[in-house]
Ligand binder design. Structure first.
Ligand SMILES: [Mg+2]
Length: 270
């Protein structure tokens, strides 16, 4: 079924490979955001990276010249908070294998972050990981506490001479030590996008998810029922897209090509 791009009220943008690559903003990004603003279409930035705070991302985007507030930044820390509140109401103390900024986000949401008698264990992209805390996390997971991963990524892309061991790999070590597997949130789990739609008061078909990765961005969009827009400015190629059993709704070279398609669609009803 052809998506009704005139019905799109909100665009959710992946970041790396979609609006910039590494340290370089795409030339089409600022004009695209201006087009959305002129058309009254809102936008949110969505990343799987839980090592940084929303304030860090606001600062990063502002350094590129993109004006945005923390409300426009969404990470799986948000869906993890929603998941805990939904599934374990009243569970207020959690052990977090994560950066100080991730711990602070849980504390701001009303959780007590502790290694003493927690009620659940949350694992994020812990760039401050220590052996002692890894062992403590394994201990509590082995005691049958809920085990939640903020996202599945095994490594975080980098052009430095290193491998950034990400949440999925840290969880793999914990699974090997305990025999327990985590509940995995973040892209491609659709709950992060569905939560976002709910928060905006929109149904998924009024939201376009734009990203460069098929197995995270596009799979999440399709599971959530949002309009899936693949950009070829990052990881996926046109050949990758052509071989898919369930292709994205829209495939464009970059967001520069998408802008006019959204704003000039017939039946615009915003
Ligand atoms: Mg990307």
């Amino acid at each position: 079924m052809q998506p009704d791009l005139g019905a799109i009220h909100h665009v959710v943008l992946d970041m790396d490979g979609t609006i910039y690559k590494g340290k370089e903003l795409f030339a089409c990004t600022m004009p695209f955001l201006a087009q959305l603003q002129d058309a009254g279409i809102g936008y949110t930035f969505l990343t799987n990276n839980t090592s940084r705070s929303k304030a860090d991302y606001v600062a990063k985007l502002q350094a590129f010249g993109i004006e945005c507030g923390e409300r426009q930044i969404y990470t799986p820390a948000d869906s993890t908070i929603a998941y805990l509140e939904d599934h374990y109401p009243g569970s207020v103390s959690i052990a977090v294998l994560g950066t100080p900024s991730l711990c602070a986000q849980f504390e701001q949401a009303g959780f007590t972050v502790t290694w003493d008698s927690p009620q659940a264990v949350v694992v994020g992209f812990d760039t401050t990981l220590t052996y002692e805390r890894l062992c403590r996390a394994a201990y509590w997971i082995g005691r049958e506490l809920p085990f939640i991963a903020t996202h599945p990524d095994l490594v975080c892309p980098t052009d430095e001479a290193t491998v950034l061991v990400d949440c999925g790999s840290i969880c793999a070590a914990l699974t090997a030590a305990t025999g327990k597997r985590p509940v995995v949130l973040g892209k491609p789990d659709p709950s992060i996008l569905l939560d976002l739609c709910r928060g905006l008061g929109l149904v998924p078909r009024q939201v376009a998810m734009v990203g460069d990765r098929i197995y995270t961005d596009m799979v999440m969009a399709q599971k959530a029922g949002a309009v899936a827009v693949l950009v070829l400015s990052g990881e996926a190629t046109a050949e990758d897209a052509a071989t898919l059993e369930e292709p994205p709704d829209v495939v464009v070279a970059d967001i520069g090509e998408l802008g006019p398609m959204l704003t000039a669609s017939p039946g615009v009803s915003r």
